[in-house]
Design a protein around this ligand. Structure first.
Ligand code: HSE
Length: 404
């Protein structure tokens, strides 16, 4: 018998309980042993829950029970969750999590701890919700030197942008809708300011490039400054505004990682990734581009990825899955300001002034534009620093990188 404990009975934790117990027979067949939900840890009471007999409030009950093999951490955050994860690993239990904050900040330490205690620390659900990406990246694509990973990593912001693009909703109205649908994190700024996508690109980059990358090393810009005017100009240019997390290996081996809105060409499959869906492109030197697509948030899609890891952990009791990376450091990353691209610029000026500053440009038009508003896409590629110098004398309203 394999016994499982779930820490935190929120959206994801309750989804894990539902999938784990609802699919008991097929899961046990896959593991070749009976997989039982033994405990659920939560500070709240759930007297009417079908799992009422499983609830405990004291983590040490789980920690000291030698029958518990796998602990599912769905508490979130990096305080209590960190303490319980360390203690569970030290008690010889594998830990499965959807907690991207914890993996992005403490992944290296926790993987080392898992190694020391001959258990596994698995986190497929931490990136892309239900999309299989961590295992494919670390195993199926292992033969490649990964050159770049980029994608739509946050379902809430993609939902908001989709509603702005498709229904002409303002940012605030679209955010409210996302909150009503239960997509946004408790604190919406984690989504809208790009921090959630930042944590996810850190995790993907660590797997792809083999060194821990901390969120503080990744310049992050969210979507709060995107306006319907930008959406309209992007449309006029045959593009969609998407929040992308990117990590690119540079020639010197450093990683250029950042999160920012981009104008994505309608011909790029990422432009068609809508609503709460995520899409991630991985570029390898042998495979070329490979894309992963699916539901990036939500109770059951995320539970699907967590329970797959529970099955994996249950099949590897007493043995280790090879998954780790080297420690981080200040020498691992490079500023995205050195990365060349074309740029979308909107400013309070005339098209002629724009041309005078930026050289050859593709001018853009939209209905209802103010008389002194101009927007364009630069013809030339340049770095953010070079663009900044050229724009010094223009009252800039928006600058967004173009993904060609
Ligand atoms: N708030 C996150 C998102 C949840 O919208 O993508 C999944 O990580």
């Amino acid at each position: 018998m394999v016994n499982v404990a779930i820490l935190g009975f929120g959206t994801v934790g309750s989804g894990v309980a539902e999938v784990l117990t609802g699919h008991e027979d097929s899961i046990s067949r896959k593991v070749d042993d009976f997989v039982r939900l033994k405990y659920i840890l939560d500070v709240r009471d759930f007297p009417d829950s079908p799992y009422a007999g499983c609830f405990v409030k004291d983590f040490s009950v789980i920690e000291s029970d030698p029958e518990v093999d796998v602990v599912v951490e769905t508490i979130g955050g990096a305080t209590v969750a960190l303490d319980f994860t360390r203690r569970a690993l030290k008690a010889g239990k594998s830990v499965v999590t959807s907690n991207k904050e914890l993996v992005a900040e403490y992944g290296y330490e926790l993987l080392m701890l898992a190694k020391e205690y001959n258990v596994n620390y698995l986190f497929e659900a931490s990136v892309g919700g239900g999309i299989p990406i961590i295992h494919p990246l670390s195993q199926c694509l292992a033969a490649n030197n990964i050159l770049e990973i980029y994608g739509i990593l946050n379902g809430t912001t993609n939902y908001i942008l989709t509603r702005m693009i498709r229904a002409g909703l303002s940012f605030d109205t679209a955010l409210k809708e996302a909150q009503e649908r239960g997509y946004a994190e408790r604190d919406p700024s984690a989504d809208t300011e790009g921090h959630d996508a930042c944590r996810k690109i850190c995790i993907l980059a660590a797997i792809a490039f083999g060194r821990h990358i901390y969120p503080r090393q990744v310049p992050t810009e969210g979507i709060t400054r995107i306006t319907l005017a930008d959406v309209d100009y992007a449309d006029a240019a045959g593009r969609k505004i998407k929040l992308l997390g990117r990590a690119i290996r540079q020639e010197d081996g450093r990683i250029c990682a950042y999160v920012a809105p981009h104008l994505v060409n309608n011909e790029n499959p990422l432009a068609g990734v809508e609503d709460v869906f995520n899409g991630i492109t991985v570029r390898g030197d042998a495979i070329g581009d490979v894309m992963f697509y699916g539901r990036g948030a939500g109770k059951l899609p995320t539970a699907s990825a967590v329970v797959a890891d529970v099955i994996d952990a249950a099949k590897h009791i007493g043995s280790r899955k090879l998954m780790d990376w080297a420690p981080g450091g200040e020498d691992t990353t490079r500023s995205p300001d050195t990365l060349r691209s074309r740029w979308y610029v909107r400013a309070s000026c005339t098209n002629d002034m724009m041309r005078a500053m930026l050289g050859d440009v593709l001018p853009l038009a939209r209905r209802g534009a103010a008389e002194n508003e101009a927007a364009c896409i630069t013809a030339d590629e340049m770095t953010r620093t070079q663009l900044g110098i050229r724009l010094q004398n223009i009252p800039v309203l928006s600058v967004i990188r173009v993904l060609d």
